[in-house]
Design a protein around this ligand. Structure first.
Ligand SMILES: Nc1ncnc2c1ncn2[C@@H]1O[C@H](COP(=O)(O)OP(=O)(O)O)[C@@H](O)[C@H]1O
Ligand SMILES: [Mg+2]
Length: 261
């Protein structure tokens, strides 16, 4: 998988909605991107999740803004008046993740009458359960309306089992009870079809390709003694086991849905 790499040329503005203080930046290709910083409090694994989960979502046919690597150099934001932003930029010199910026997009909001079709909603519930993403709730939708399509953003909290390598594989069969809070669950009438579709689209070859794109440095941590390749193996094993056990989380989502529909 070939992700483009761009260089940030201008810090435009901070996005203070979520917790990680991403920013809109302009890059040397004159594009605008939402930059997710490697030096943010969530650590580099949040970028691993952003990339791996984001590309899985795309492979499933969901709209995810293009993901790119963004090179940040020391000069960027040197004159930012905000100390927090300067520190964040300093801690993020080097590679980061950027998402194509969708100008004029608005957050999906059922209270304002926004709806989703059954196929998209079901695939989305399947996807978020598969990657264990808890950040798709009515309070925090991370779902953008843009040009009449739904765009899926913010996968930094996905794959949270990777914060503990030793137990990650045991979690592969988790039913993921958090599906009950999924913002699109009310429309997810065709979870079995989503499951079938997902099995046709995902597999080891694709997972390996995505994992290969993750920079080694983001996978390495002091003190755990594991090489980047060994970690990729754990992810691959996790994803394959989870795919095989998908009926666990599909049944759980169906059960949660039956409770309130
Ligand atoms: N690609 C994008 N295009 C337009 N706006 C975006 C994009 N990505 C994020 N945003 C806006 O920035 C906010 C914060 O980004 P997000 O990735 O959700 O980070 P956080 O981890 O801080 O929640 C989002 O809630 C959304 O309003
Ligand atoms: Mg968010």
């Amino acid at each position: 998988m070939e992700l483009r790499t761009v260089r940030a040329t201008q810090y435009v503005t901070a996005l203070r909605e979520g917790g990680s203080l991403p920013a809109i930046i302009e890059a040397d290709d004159l594009g605008m991107y939402v930059l997710k910083f490697r030096g943010a409090g969530q650590g580099p694994l949040a970028l691993v999740a952003e990339l791996v989960a984001g590309e899985i979502g795309r492979a499933l046919g969901l709209d995810v803004p293009e993901l790119v690597f963004v090179e940040v150099d020391a000069a960027l934001g040197r004159n930012e008046p905000d100390r927090e932003i300067r520190d964040l930029l300093k801690a993020s010199v080097g590679l980061n993740v950027g998402l194509d910026y969708l100008p004029g997009s608005t957050m999906f909001d059922p209270a304002a009458g926004d709806k989703a079709d059954a196929a998209t909603a079901s695939l989305a519930v399947w996807f978020d359960a598969f990657v264990a993403n808890v950040d798709r709730t009515p309070r925090n939708a991370n779902l953008l309306n843009w040009h009449r399509e739904l765009y899926f953003i913010d996968h930094g909290a996905a794959l949270y089992y990777h914060h503990d390598w030793e137990t990650m594989l045991e979690k592969a069969k988790s039913p993921f009870r958090e599906s009950r809070n999924h913002i699109l669950l009310p429309w997810a009438r065709s979870l079995d079809q989503a499951d079938e579709k997902a099995h046709g689209l995902l597999g080891s070859e694709f997972f390996e390709e995505v994992l290969e794109a993750v920079p080694d440095k983001w996978l390495l941590r002091e003190n755990d003694g594991l090489a980047a390749g060994e970690k990729r193996h754990i992810y691959l094993d996790f994803l394959l086991r989870r795919l095989k056990a998908s009926s666990k989380f599909v049944e759980e989502a169906k059960r949660a849905r039956a409770e309130f529909v």
